[in-house]
Design a protein around this ligand. Sequence first.
Ligand code: CAA
Length: 376
Amino acid sequence: MELRFTEEQDMMRKMVRDFAQSEIAPFIENMEKGEFPRDILTKMGGLGLMGIPVPEELGGAEMDFISYIIAIHELSKVSAAVGVILSVHTSVGTNPILYFGNEEQKKKYVPKLAAGEYLGAFALTEPSAGSDAGSLKTKAVKNGDYYILNGSKVFITNGGEADTYIVFASTDPEAGSRGISAFIVEKDTPGLVIGKDEHKMGLHGSRTVQLTFEDMKVPAANLLGEEGKGFKIAMGNLDVGRVGIAAQALGIAEAALEAATAYAKERHQFGRPIAAQQAVGFKLADMAANIEAAKLLVYRAADLRSRGLSCGKEASMAKLFASRTAVEAATEAIQVFGGYGYTEDYPVERFFRDAKVTEIYEGTSEIQRLVISKQL
Ligand code: CAA
């Protein structure tokens, strides 16, 4: 067993770290005011970051899955918003087409997604179907060369900005999750209505909207895979997507530890740095130990995936543990900063707001426990 990154993976880490510091850090304030980082994504496209695992013949960087996870991890240390935009774009916005699309669909969409010319989104969740994704109500009825879709979706990351949406709808309501089909929906499709922007606690640079489909006419050629196989497409891609969210959480946790450690060394009380007071030093020690454990879980799941092995259980374990670690590390970082940590003058309150959702989206922590326990 080897716990070392390859030279190529190290180069990816350095490149993303430099990019995040020079291009993303100066834009954080704009994102906190709700500005979408469109130019940053265009530059990421130029660097090959929008299609890391995509084969070269389809315009991607054709790098391993670990390199992709490194990118999300490093981006999220600086901006968890950019981290989630990339994670959703790649693992649930592009990969479903890459793995389940036919040749025509792959050629039409993947090169544009991989270049960052297109942004991808994933529309599964509905107002009354969140954790119980299989109970979704959106319907797709075949009519000649089209499917007519009616229904609504909520909490769609990248929604309103995306060029393509992977939309899940029931083509056979009697069949439950076996009646769900997946469709590639382009942003200008008649009947696709971009609804309310959610005003979120954190991740202000990432856009989250509601979608409504009003007799939305989707060409039959945009059915992804076979009719009735949509739920498996969703679940299969979420298995992998969850490693990305775990890496995002890991990035937030590390950022919180770095900020808290630097502050604790600088801030003096009772005649010495607070880092030298056991009450604070032990907090930092607990954060560091948990982060190290989270890192091992994240890269263990990524390694399995990189080697083409199934990683569903390990991805859920990584997401469960890393998201908890992020929330705890951000909470403790605020405690280390004291009153200053509760202000917007320091970044730890942002880490706290950004961390929470990692326990909720791409399957809540309760759903991760369900996935893990089912496999025990
Ligand atoms: N891979 C492939 N197929 C799978 C699978 C997987 N990981 N998990 C289940 N399936 C298949 C099963 O084999 C089964 O197939 P058959 O009907 O042929 O037997 C079928 O799916 C149904 O399986 P279950 O009965 O186990 O499914 P369930 O209805 O009990 O649900 C669940 C399982 C794990 C709870 C699932 O509903 C789930 O993951 N819920 C959470 C939803 C979620 O993660 N949403 C995230 C939205 S995207 C997002 O958040 C992006 C973002 O913005 C950041």
